[in-house]
Design a protein around this ligand. Structure first.
Ligand code: DGL
Length: 277
């Protein structure tokens, strides 16, 4: 629809977010804060979690199906709220939709550049994200002088999805993974997986108080605001029924709902969707 009325309808549509599980909820939480009038629709591909160890082509196949499903849900933008999915091929997904689509990697890099003083930055992520070199590529483009130290932390996702964030095992695993980054004396650490902000306490304890931890969630929500504003899709009015918040998962709904309520609060009802994989 063209004209003012058309824009009005676009504004009422939802921001779509996707992840392999609960990690993308860290971005949802920031959207609630920064864009309280926006409706969201979230997809957690829990049947295929974790994405990190999978071949990129397979991850792309999953994401295509999710994007096709999300496009049936009255959406106005897509946030790939998963570093592993974004690393597997953000540009491919852009070709699949005729809507603004962006990921979490570039916002994370920008946030880190605002914080670092020594230009020695670390990034942790899944094996897929780290091996793809997606962070190196963005740093090369935006700040080639930065010394980047990267470290895969594959077990962190399973620790989060199984509710073990405060366990002694989480601490042991974190010490092991983070030792090389401590040795490198970085001053800023990018949590290059949307699950990792849920482990902030243990990561900060192990790295020490002087290392700044960067969650891309905040910067990604800011990017969402900017992109919607530019397209004139920003929902700046408060709707009398409040924004709608819908959650879909590919695995059983209950475990996701329990974790999600814990992480972002409020009343959450998730629905299982069986996609043709
Ligand atoms: N939250 C994810 C990421 O940002 C996915 C982790 C996974 O499924 O392995 O990479």
């Amino acid at each position: 629809m063209e004209g003012k009325e058309g824009l009005q309808i676009e504004r009422y549509k939802s921001i779509a977010l996707l992840d392999s599980g609960v990690g993308g909820l860290t971005v949802v939480k920031e959207i609630y804060k920064q864009l309280p009038n926006e409706s969201i629709v979230y997809f957690g591909d829990t049947a295929h979690m974790p994405y990190g160890p999978r071949p990129y082509e397979q991850v792309r196949g999953f994401v295509y199906e999710i994007i096709d499903f999300l496009q049936t849900q009255e959406i106005k933008a897509v946030v790939v709220a998963c570093n592993s999915a974004a690393s597997a091929g953000l540009d491919y997904y852009k070709e699949r939709v005729n809507l603004p689509l962006f990921g979490v990697i570039e916002p994370g890099v920008r946030a880190a550049l605002k914080q670092t003083i020594t230009n020695k930055i670390g990034v942790i992520g899944t094996t897929g994200t780290i091996e793809s070199g997606s962070y190196q590529d963005v740093f090369k483009r935006l700040a080639p002088d930065v010394q980047l130290y990267s470290q895969p932390c594959p077990l962190f996702v399973l620790i989060v999805e199984n509710g073990l964030v405060n366990s002694p095992e989480a601490r042991l695993v974190a010490e092991e993974y983070l030792a090389p980054l401590k040795e490198a004396e970085i001053d800023t650490l990018i949590l290059g997986c949307t699950h990792y902000p849920l482990m902030t306490d243990v990561i900060q304890e192990v790295m020490g108080a002087n290392v700044k931890l960067i969650s891309s969630a905040e910067e990604t929500a800011r990017e969402a605001k900017e992109v919607l504003f530019k397209n004139d899709f920003l929902q700046d009015e408060h709707h009398k029924d409040g924004p709608s918040r819908r959650f879909f998962v590919s695995g059983p709904a209950k475990p996701f709902t329990d974790l999600a309520v814990n992480l972002i609060g409020g009343e959450i009802k998730a629905y299982q969707v069986l996609l043709p994989w």
